[in-house]
Design a binder for this molecule. Structure first.
Ligand code: SF4
Ligand code: SF4
Length: 284
């Protein structure tokens, strides 16, 4: 069973929900932090890291002695990572997605590939939690290949039956799609503000397209307005949990202490959240 935890907007408490859910499940679980641009679940889960390895993508390298400057590679590159001039070919590695199309389709066989390290995967353990996260190099824009590497590592280590919790990057772009893909359920964490509602609506559209069942957790639920509640009621989206705004919660977060450890009464709330999701998955 794969449960992803996403939010259309950053700073809504997505990692709080993901880590506390993981800490409230008693069976063996995998926790994947796919928010590779800014991973922070390890601060709360404090896993013992046992393994670290680099992840790279193939970048084209042009052999000018074979190239006739036909321009085909620049035409087929969907990401504008190549420009062909009169007597040179420019490669923009930061735009390259490493898809391999240019080297495959070059009529002169003038393109070979070199590996460019984009980040690292780290894997470790905390109690019953197998922990894996990705660390994207600073300035690197290609999150999806690193997210795929995190998920591949999880797949290799996965033993059945097992629950996997995925901390998804914020937003609704490619890294989000890559992270939530193949999930059995997605928790959307939001806050009751107009910004929260706007980004929740975008995230809902994305999950509907992907045909992934979902429900909402409202963080800082006693602040803001009723817009999120009204929207969920109208769209028949289940509100699975409400976390109020409390000084003790904010204080624990600022010290890197998980909510269920700082305020143990929340453990039963997260256990109930897990049971509700399991029930929802079994009915779909
Ligand atoms: S497709 Fe090959 S031959 Fe044509 S410009 Fe690109 S590298 Fe040169
Ligand atoms: S590998 Fe793909 S993304 Fe990179 S330059 Fe070639 S065609 Fe473009």
């Amino acid at each position: 069973m794969i449960i992803s935890v996403a939010s259309g907007k950053g700073g809504t408490g997505k990692t709080t929900v993901a880590t506390n859910l993981a800490l409230s499940i008693e069976n063996n679980i995998q926790f994947l932090d796919c928010d590779v641009e800014e991973p922070n679940a390890h601060i709360f889960l404090t896993p013992r890291i046992k393994e670290k390895y680099p992840v790279s993508i193939p970048i084209p390298q042009i052999d000018l002695s074979k190239c006739n400057f036909c321009g085909r590679c620049a035409q087929i590159c969907a990401y504008n990572a190549l420009a062909v001039l009169k007597d040179k070919v420019l490669v923009f590695p930061e735009l390259c997605h490493g898809c391999g199309a240019c080297s495959y389709l070059c009529p002169q066989g003038a393109i070979k590939e070199t590996n460019k390290v984009i980040g690292y995967v780290e894997a470790g353990q905390r109690g019953n939690i197998e922990f894996i996260h990705g660390l994207l190099n600073i300035g690197e824009a290609m999150a999806p290949p690193l997210i795929r590497a995190v998920k591949k590592k999880a797949q290799e280590q996965r033993s059945m039956p097992l629950t996997t919790v995925i901390d998804v990057p914020p937003g609704t772009s490619c890294p989000v799609i890559e992270s939530v893909k193949n999930s059995d359920f997605c928790i959307l964490v939001t806050e009751p503000t107009p910004f929260g509602l706007n980004d929740l609506m975008l995230a809902v559209q994305t999950l509907k397209e992907l045909k992934i069942p979902f429900g909402v957790v409202i963080n800082r639920s006693d602040l803001g307005d009723k817009g999120v509640d009204d929207y969920c009621r109208k769209e028949q989206i289940p509100v699975l949990l409400r976390i109020p705004f409390k000084k003790e919660i904010a204080s624990a977060y600022s010290k890197g202490i998980p909510l269920v450890e700082a305020l143990p009464q929340y453990k039963s709330e997260f256990k109930h959240l897990f049971a509700t999701i399991k029930c929802n998955i079994s009915q779909t």
